[in-house]
Design a protein around this ligand. Structure first.
Ligand SMILES: Nc1ncnc2c1ncn2[C@@H]1O[C@H](COP(=O)(O)OP(=O)(O)OP(=O)(O)O)[C@@H](O)[C@H]1O
Ligand SMILES: [Mg+2]
Length: 233
């Protein structure tokens, strides 16, 4: 579904991502873990086309997308939820969700809209609420609902647990697993919350200073010694 080969990227002359290769099969939930500032968000932005690529290849669904603009990649089915959820806080819940639809060239598809509300009854109840007044957990749900209406094939989720109360982070995990199945999705997840990583990911890449230093299986992700080895400062 997604194949990244030897990519390098950064900001101006500063290189952040060094020779990163990764692959995700259809239907998989794969995560990238690593300490603050190692380049996880930069990697996501590079894959989605918001950040320039210096070299390397990005293949999505068998197509070379490295030279495509972000909106072209979105149309092909690459969805992205930015770190901090990317909610427009002064707009209503419904207007935020509608923004996700504009991305898709096929336009507004009411059935999809209704379907998404079905999975997020809490958002359906709060259609007219100003998004900025929602709780952290609700905003995380809203950001996922918004990307779903664009009918993506893959979703890149950058720290969905950010700003979410620890006791409801597992709900985000349940939602991610559910939508993955129901909407035939593949997910690339960046997270710091180890519980969420262990709950949903089939495999995980460890990033340090812009380099992927390890690929961990589900079993290894549940081994606290291995996690400590890679994630303690
Ligand atoms: N727009 C930008 N211009 C210049 N440097 C940037 C920009 N965005 C990020 N950086 C730098 O790139 C490096 C990687 O940042 P990035 O946001 O990708 O890390 P991260 O792993 O996502 O961190 P966090 O876990 O805190 O979200 C950092 O040193 C950061 O200061
Ligand atoms: Mg980040």
């Amino acid at each position: 579904m997604l194949k990244i080969e030897h990519i390098n990227s950064g900001y101006g002359k500063t290189r952040i991502i060094h020779d990163v290769s990764l692959h995700i099969a259809p239907g998989e939930i794969v995560s990238v873990i690593g300490r603050n500032g190692v380049g996880k968000s930069t990697l996501m932005k590079t894959i989605i086309g918001l950040n320039g690529l210096d070299s390397g290849e990005i293949l999505f669904d068998g197509k070379h997308v490295s030279k495509m603009k972000a909106h072209q990649r979105a149309r092909l089915g690459m969805g992205y939820v930015a770190q901090g959820h990317g909610i427009l806080s002064s707009l209503t819940v419904e207007d935020n969700i509608k923004m996700g639809m504009d991305i898709n060239s096929k336009g507004m598809i009411q059935a999809r809209f209704d379907q998404v509300y079905e999975y997020f009854p809490r958002l359906a109840e709060r259609k007219t609420q100003i998004a900025g007044t929602m709780s952290g957990g609700e905003q995380a749900m809203l950001s996922i609902a918004r990307v779903l209406v664009g009918q993506p094939k893959i979703i890149l989720l950058d720290e969905p647990s950010e700003g979410v109360q620890p006791n409801i982070v597992h709900k985000i995990g349940e939602i991610v697993e559910l939508i993955c199945k129901e909407f035939d999705l593949t997910v690339l997840l960046v997270e710091q919350h180890m519980g969420l990583i262990q709950q949903v990911s089939q495999k995980s890449y460890v990033m340090d200073k812009g380099v992927l230093i390890a690929e961990l299986t589900k079993e290894q992700l549940n081994d606290s010694n291995i996690i400590k080895q890679y994630l303690t400062v």
